[in-house]
Design a protein around this ligand. Sequence first.
Ligand SMILES: [Fe+2]
Ligand SMILES: [Fe+2]
Length: 143
Amino acid sequence: MNTSPANTLPANFEIGIAELDTQHKRLHALLERLRDAVGKHYGYATNAILDELAIETRIHFAVEESLMRMLSFPAVETHVAEHLDLSRQLEKFRKRAQDFEVADELAAFIQQWLNDHVDRFDREFVDHFLRAGVNPTAASGQS
Ligand SMILES: [Fe+2]
Ligand SMILES: [Fe+2]
């Protein structure tokens, strides 16, 4: 049974750079689907969503890390280490996803991690990116 608190999108989730906000919302939506699948003990769906989440996370982190490096953001290595930490947690999750009680806790943990990371770490580079000329409203149009 899913005993974790409801996973609504936090009010402060947007950082003000449209392309990255779109990616964050996509990750958040995937985590919602993951928690739903775990709560219903849908093993096949859980695995499929975890695969998708791993790919989307890798793409998102690569985009942020490329931008930070190209725009000479000073705290890039600390930020990259945080990304690596979440990637490791996700891999751990994938190995234990068949134990639904563990999986539910891990899904809640990862969702909390994402919310905290966006708020504490991603927010840090916004001013730097804007000063460097990043267009805050440019987006790929995918959702
Ligand atoms: Fe991010
Ligand atoms: Fe990040």
